[in-house]
Write a protein that binds this ligand. Structure first.
Ligand SMILES: [Cu+2]
Length: 152
């Protein structure tokens, strides 16, 4: 009787462990809140927000008079600037960063201040069009030191 209960308990906890391991990354990705600062007239910014929403992020957008001020406040290096700036889980996200790269950032949690897609490269999420170009997703730290995080 007791051994049967123990066996059941062991099976139950093992299953729970396996299931929680399987579900954890998915749950974490879906639960992430993103705050986006953009200009009200920016069309590609809105398209990037749609891209994040489709990927399960909870996005709150703020239309601001000066996106430059936001970038300065959050320490985005000038050469990495793009059209919008976002905050997710303590990280600064500049420009058209693909949702899966955002998820990688939240999974790996590197010791950086944020990541950026400088400028507005054609083909990046929210910048879809007939001609796509290669671009880098660049990380930066509080001192403004940059490194390539991923390439597309
Ligand atoms: Cu843009």
């Amino acid at each position: 009787m007791i051994s049967k209960t123990v066996t059941r308990l062991v099976i139950h906890s093992t299953l729970t462990l396996i299931l929680s391991t399987l579900w954890w990354p998915a749950l974490e990705a879906v639960a992430a809140d993103v705050t986006v600062y953009k200009d009200a007239r920016c069309g590609c910014c809105a398209k990037w927000v749609e891209h994040l929403n489709r990927d399960g992020f909870h996005v709150t957008t703020h239309n601001v008079a000066s996106v430059d001020k936001i970038k300065f406040t959050h320490g985005v290096p000038a050469q990495l600037a793009s059209c919008h700036t976002a905050i997710v889980d303590g990280y600064v996200v500049e420009g058209h960063v693909p949702a899966d790269v955002l998820q990688r950032l939240l999974r790996e949690r590197p010791r950086v201040k944020g990541i950026a897609v400088p400028g507005m490269p054609a083909g990046a999420p929210g910048m879809e069009g007939p001609r796509a170009q290669r671009y880098d997703i660049v990380s930066f730290d509080a001192q403004g030191k940059t490194a390539r995080y991923e390439s597309r």
